[in-house]
Design a binder for this molecule. Sequence first.
Ligand SMILES: [Zn+2]
Length: 363
Amino acid sequence: MALPPLIGHTGLRTRLAHAVAKGALPQVILLTGPAGVGKQRLSLWLAQLVLCERRGSEPCQECRPCRLVGTLSHPDVHWFIPVPRPKASDSDKQVEEAAQNLAQAIEERRSQPLYGESDGMASHSLATVRLLQRRASLTAVEGGRRVFIIGEADRLVAQEASPEAANALLKLLEEPPAGSLFVLTTVEPRRLLPTVRSRAVTLRLAPLADAEVRGFLETSLQPRPSSGELDQRVAAAAGSPGRALQAGLAGGRAQEAADRLLAGVLAGPGPALERALNQQPWSARGEFTAMLDALAETLGEAARVSVGQPPRRELPESLLRHSGPEPLLHALERVADAREAAWGNVNPQILLAVLGQELAEVL
Ligand SMILES: [Zn+2]
């Protein structure tokens, strides 16, 4: 499957295309901007642009290099995505394992080009940096330029944990091999080591216009959502197509989990509540926070209905028994607290048990 089209960022694309045409593109670039705004997609576009055989202000999309990048199979474009930490104890085996994990991650992106957030535990481990070093020391397979994309670069193992990884990367960025281009992406540049940051030219991607996000959803979602759902998703996306997508991808499952929890809480102490508190869909922290977001959305919707607004979707009957919004707003506060705590190192199961108790008290 080919990459989804790159939407928006026209000003930045024009600047980059000028730089490429003049041979003035920096060798190390840091792309920053909101989650899901298209930083890695723009990196791949840039890879196409520098490798394209018939380039104008845009990659032609038709020449061999363009097509290879478009199917994530160009041998000189190395896209590093955070992956699970290798389990092998031998360091050579770790690098092998990192390469396999990465190949698998790329395969997933190839079969599902519209992807969600990576697993909260995935990172660029020392083994990944070693792999990057190895690949950077080779020559181009196709004889042209080589592009190294490091997505979510803030997930590089912390310097304290591995000064070796940080130093190896710094060395690469300080003296990039001839003909290579490094593109790092991050939501939050301050999470990168200042020494890494200072070696890159930082470019910021602005949120897209609502109309652009809407156009993206209209062309990429099958079946096409209702106009009302589109409105909601566009509003929630705040200019980020990835966020608009995520709202749907993880949304269904998160909503189910949130509904089970609410049903358990509303049924009062008993087996239903036990089951709801013991449900374990949380293989990733992101899934847990998505459930909390769905829970907050449902409570917010119930609060709207409790002040006489017409319901925009079906809600659990027992949530509608309140004559005013107060209990629902209190419940919302508890969910917000849990959401905050979920970013720390707290076990989701423990958070859920506490939250379940609190919700049972206020609802
Ligand atoms: Zn081309």
